[in-house]
Design a binder for this molecule. Structure first.
Ligand code: GLU
Length: 476
């Protein structure tokens, strides 16, 4: 028996400088799961202090991405841009206490320091020149720097990576407020996580070098730092950091490509986390089993084949309401109306096994919802020939009086027609398929007839018969 975990209060804190990408979504998911697993809270905070790079459009894309994945948060979204007075107040307190200072160094000087350090093979760091200035130079807007302790070290037990310890001599005095008065990431994040009572910070391990600096700021404010769990990055199939050249990296691009939110959630959860060999997890199971400590320390590789496999699984066995919502969205994008054909539940019962994505499914279901313009020339040439006229006409007569338009009865009708004419099933099946779909690919013929529906079926058989007759007339 493990002892009950205290409720985790955590946050997802994206910078709105792009879409919600796969890595961000996975961090958000881990935050969400950690909170839900402990009856805690999951907070959304938009880190838009970088006024030049942050856009409203990105913020919206992040909100839309989270909504699509059903990662609902308990509080927020909070916006850092609305909290500048609070950061200012905290900066002043540190200045008053001598824990921060104004720095007037020019960009040229800082660049030079950096170049010299690099040339000497050292880590670039600020040399502390403005730490104890007697008087302020005129006419320069200073930045504010945090006075990092010179002595000692910072240690923390990362919930994913284990113990991490850094000497203060490794850290320099970082800028906490820019000359334009805006706070920097490392400062705003500390103030917010404190004010929002965050007790576990889950974020990408690209921030791991920031954490000791942030812990020093907590200390300077007389506060205790939260715990941290840094999750490793995601690599593309070639082992390089996942990026656009590996394909879709934005979550909503996966929606457009025909993936289900539950499939992506399941996939992202398994990307760096596992529980035995199990691959398919319901959301309830994820919530029950997820522990941040079980997240892998090593980076994981994005594997589209596995995602396809999971998407196929959720197409077949996932929640119907989600499937219908997504189908509706794809229908609209494809310019189709779901009302113009069979009920979605009927479509799904036939088609969900046959495709890996909703895009393929909808594209291949087009003839059930709208008329096609012309027969595929190759398929027509091969199957809509004079020999097909008699079986198609006979079948049409039989179907006109068929009572129940259901797969079994439809199968029987085709079989009976073939039997009566003493021809093989295929001699009627293939021409029929082309008549109904415009091409040669479709589900089983009974299901194809069922989904196309009586009226369209009769019209389309007639159309095929006309086509055969016209072609025969042209030839003679
Ligand atoms: N805004 C930061 C980012 O998007 C958040 C890092 C953090 O969670 O502390 O990388």
């Amino acid at each position: 028996m493990t002892s009950p975990t205290p409720p985790i209060r955590t946050r997802f804190a994206p910078s709105p400088t792009g879409f919600l990408h796969i890595g961000g979504a996975r961090t958000a998911l881990f935050c969400y799961l950690a909170a839900r697993a402990t009856n805690g809270q999951f907070i959304l905070r938009i880190e838009d202090t970088d006024r030049e790079r942050s856009t409203e459009q990105s913020t919206q894309a992040i909100l839309d991405g989270l909504a699509w994945l059903n990662l609902d948060y308990d509080e927020g979204p909070f916006y850092q841009s609305e909290r500048f007075p609070r950061y200012q107040e905290r900066v002043e307190r540190l200045l008053d206490e001598g824990k921060a200072y104004r720095c007037y160094c020019s960009k040229e000087r800082l660049d030079r320091l950096r170049e010299e350090a690099i040339a000497a093979g050292e880590k670039p760091r600020y040399d502390g020149r403005c730490r104890d200035l007697a008087s302020a130079p005129e006419g320069i807007e200073p930045v504010i720097r945090f006075r990092n302790p010179d002595e000692g070290s910072v240690a923390f037990d990362d919930r994913v990576r284990g113990r991490i310890e850094v000497d203060n001599s490794e850290l320099d005095d970082l800028v906490i407020q820019r000359a334009d008065g805006s706070p920097t990431y490392n400062f705003a994040v500390v103030i917010d996580d404190l004010d929002m009572n965050i007790n576990l910070v889950i974020r990408g391990d690209d921030h791991i070098n920031n954490t000791p600096r942030q812990i020093n700021i907590y200390r300077a404010l007389g506060a205790e730092a939260p715990e941290f769990g840094h999750v490793p990055m995601i690599l593309g199939g070639d082992g390089a950091r996942l990026s656009k050249r590996h394909g879709a990296v934005s979550v909503l691009a996966w929606r457009e490509a025909g993936y289900l939110p539950d499939a992506l959630i399941n996939y992202l959860a398994r990307l760096g986390w596992s529980d035995g060999d199990q691959e398919v997890f319901s959301r309830a199971q994820l919530i029950e089993r997820f522990r941040i400590e079980d997240v892998n320390r090593k980076p994981s590789r994005f594997d589209t084949e596995k995602l396809d496999w999971l998407n196929q699984h959720y197409l077949r066995e996932g929640a119907q309401d989600q499937l219908h919502t997504e189908l509706g969205w794809h229908f609209e994008k494809a310019g189709l109306s779901a009302d113009a054909g069979p009920p979605l539940a009927d479509l799904v019962s036939v088609q969900s096994e046959r495709f890996e994505t909703l895009v393929e499914l909808v594209e291949q279901s087009r003839p059930f919802y709208s008329d096609f313009e012309s027969f595929d020339p190759g398929a027509a040439k091969k199957h809509l020939r004079p020999v097909a006229a008699e079986p198609l006409a006979a079948l049409k007569t039989r179907l006109e009086s068929l009572e129940d338009w259901v797969p079994d009865a439809l199968q029987d009708a085709v079989q009976a027609t073939a039997d009566a004419l003493e021809i093989g099933f295929g001699k009627i099946g293939m021409p029929l398929r082309v008549a109904l779909m415009g091409h040669g690919q479709s589900p089983g013929i009974n299901h194809t007839l069922w989904l196309v529906g009586r009226e369209r079926t009769l019209d389309r058989i007639q159309r095929a018969l006309d086509f055969i007759a016209e072609r025969a007339a042209e030839r003679s």
